[in-house]
Write a protein that binds this ligand. Structure first.
Ligand code: SAM
Length: 360
């Protein structure tokens, strides 16, 4: 038997550039985790409302301990996020940076999304084991998954429903005003249905999700508000049983995580009225790795897929399609599960996802 050996020229400049780039990687990763912490502690909001304060004053306004805040500010100043004046020891968040890091900036607040780094890190030990031994994960393995997902969707989906997402289905807003039946399959916190229930009191809204704890606080809020046209229900949508009938079914980022994604889609058509419509939002990547290289979000999306979407599906006995199953596969699945027409939309407010409108 002969073996072929391949020799590579070692490019010193390429190696040095790569090592340098990795210094940047370490620093950006450090910034991401501290941005998540700063968001949760309200530090960017405190900085934005109190420009030019010292760490003592800022700690007071933010309600945090000065020593930890000063260390956190060290990250933010050296990373170029916050400006520091050493003459009087004061800190300022430039308004251009506040425009992507504060609650006032929502739905453009990118600090919200940095929380997924911590969510993924919370299962690193489990994933090390799964990489070696196989197997999947369940929702309870993650720290704060449903909470972070809900906060992210509040920006990406809920805030854009009536102004950007629903208008891709002509005439739908008018029908919502008159009164129709709407469902959200895999509704998570159920915030999309709650927002629509408030906006369209003549229509009825139903959210279904495997995890009751994901929507418990929304249900409480809806009850306290006396919102009579919203129902949120725990249900395993891989049971194969149709629901409804509904005029509109939505699935926001819920199909690829499933134990049986095709089984999930198979119950959609029989749950719709004949003139009903299915709106499916899913990650807008391609199933072909090489086509994702130019996507600026691809490493983040593959990371979330590796640490959450793929193991969650495998943990339910599923195929582990992963978030990057691709719009090509998604459209094929919709046709295979009985939809006569499938239209793919890319919306300017959401560079991560594709929106598919499928009709029976
Ligand atoms: C990525 S999250 C999206 C949640 C929500 N649609 C949103 O956009 O915020 C996927 C959701 O699907 C739900 N899910 C997963 N498997 C399910 C199943 N078999 N039946 C019902 N829901 C399921 C999860 O509990 C989770 O809330």
């Amino acid at each position: 038997m002969t073996y072929q050996t391949q020799t590579f020229d070692f490019d010193d400049a390429k190696a040095a550039a790569f090592a340098n780039r990795f210094v940047g990687t370490l620093n950006e990763a450090a910034l991401a985790i501290m941005t998540s912490l700063g968001h949760r502690a309200g530090l960017f909001d405190a900085l934005a409302s109190n420009p030019g304060l010292g760490s003592e004053g800022l700690a007071d306004r933010a309600g945090v301990t000065e020593r930890y805040l000063r260390e956190w500010l060290g990250v933010m100043v050296t990373a170029g996020v916050v400006e520091y004046d050493p003459r009087d020891g004061t800190y300022t968040l430039p308004p251009e940076h506040g425009a992507v890091l504060t609650r006032a900036a929502s739905p453009e607040n990118m600090a919200v999304t940095t929380q997924f780094i911590g969510v993924a890190a919370s299962v690193e030990n489990e994933m090390l084991d799964r990489f070696r031994n196989g197997g999947g994960l369940c929702y309870h393995h993650f720290d704060r998954f449903h909470e972070v997902m809900a906060e992210d969707s509040a920006q990406l989906v809920v805030a854009n429903l009536t102004r950007a997402i629903l208008p891709i289905m002509p005439g739908l807003i008018d029908r919502l005003e008159v009164g129709i039946d709407v469902a959200d399959f895999g509704c998570g916190a159920g915030r999309a249905m709650m927002a629509l229930a408030r906006a369209y009191p003549n229509s009825r809204f139903h959210g279904y999700d495997l995890c009751e704890d994901a929507f418990a606080s929304t249900l409480e809020e809806a009850r306290a508000d006396g919102l009579g046209n919203l129902r949120l229900e725990a249900r395993d949508l891989s049971s194969g049983e149709p629901l409804g009938p509904f005029d509109l079914i939505c699935a926001f980022d819920a199909v690829h995580d499933q134990a049986d994604p095709k089984g999930f889609l198979r119950i959609v058509k029989p749950s719709l009225r004949p003139d009903g419509v299915f709106l499916m939002q899913d990650i807008g990547g391609s199933r072909d790795l090489e086509k994702n290289i130019a996507n600026p979000f691809a490493p983040l999306l593959y990371m979330i897929s590796s640490m959450h979407c793929t193991p969650i599906s495998i943990g339910q006995g599923g195929p582990g399609l992963g978030a990057m199953w691709g719009v090509e596969t998604a459209q094929e699945y919709l046709v295979e599960t009985g939809f006569a027409s499938v239209a793919l939309h890319r919306l300017p407010h959401d560079p991560l996802n594709a929106y598919m409108v499928a009709r029976p």
